[in-house]
Unconditional design. Structure first.
Length: 147
């Protein structure tokens, strides 16, 4: 009969072997990689709490992925190099995929920036209406020490 300490050591050794096998599987790169494919560096990917592994990590490389823009409906291709930049350098979530073409992404960014600007202006006007300058000075005059 084994002691608890011996059992814990066996479990730890088993976990280490299993983690080493997973690491080898992730680092295995197929020799017949398609032209234009980019290798994946799993260590550079943003950590995720998901139990799944994205298909490009299992494959070991990024490959061009076609998609249809959700705004204008144009057929586009998200290249392997673009995917590598998004996931490894920009630290994008590994479960996201491209949904807009470049022109529509720029329009959406401009729309959001304008909405933020209008929102900030509205907040500033609301603040001025709430605390008029004359009222603000009167409060400060009351707090000022009298000589």
């Amino acid at each position: 009969m084994k002691s608890n300490k011996q059992r814990r050591q066996e479990i730890k050794a088993h976990r280490l072997r299993r983690n080493a096998q997973k690491a080898r599987a992730l680092n295995a790169r197929p020799v017949d990689r398609p032209v234009g494919a980019e290798p994946v560096t799993p260590a550079l990917l943003r950590p995720t709490t998901s139990y799944g592994i994205p298909d490009f990590v299992q494959r070991g490389y990024y490959q061009d992925r076609p998609f249809r823009c959700k705004d204008c409906g144009v057929e586009e291709i998200c290249t392997a190099a673009q995917q590598r930049w998004w996931y490894e350098e920009a630290q994008g979530d590994v479960w996201t995929v491209a949904v807009r073409c470049r022109a529509c992404r720029q329009q959406e960014r401009a729309r959001k920036a304008e909405a933020r600007r209008i929102h900030r202006e509205g907040l500033a006007m609301k603040q001025v209406q709430r605390w008029p300058i004359s009222h603000h000075h009167e409060q400060n005059d009351d707090l000022r020490p009298r000589l």
